[in-house]
Design a protein. Structure first.
Length: 101
């Protein structure tokens, strides 16, 4: 057997733990990017759903120590901005959506 095959077969249980940590970090990075994209999209459509989702995903990404904390914070800020825009729309004309009239 080659060196690579022995390493894969004889890998200690700690190798699996490191794999989980790397996977968790990748998940946190994906959450940060998703929070940013949802917060940005929420400025235009579905503020009520996308805003809070962006805030939650951004917070989870920060809690899981993402490698992209700026993107997670921006996702949170955009999610809050979504909710502020929604509040302005509701108070201005009593609607829950954008209106061209």
């Amino acid at each position: 057997m080659g060196t690579e095959a022995r390493t894969a077969v004889e890998a200690p249980a700690g190798g699996r733990t490191r794999g989980r940590i790397r996977g968790r970090a990748r998940d946190a990075d994906a959450m940060a990017v998703t929070a940013f994209v949802l917060g940005l999209a929420g400025l235009l459509v579905m503020n009520l759903i996308l805003g809070p989702t962006a805030v939650v995903l951004g917070s989870l990404a920060l809690w899981r120590k993402t490698a992209r904390p700026g993107r997670a914070r921006l996702g949170i800020a955009l999610g809050v901005a979504d909710l502020v825009i929604l509040a302005c729309l509701v108070t201005a004309d009593g609607t829950w959506s954008w209106s061209l009239n």
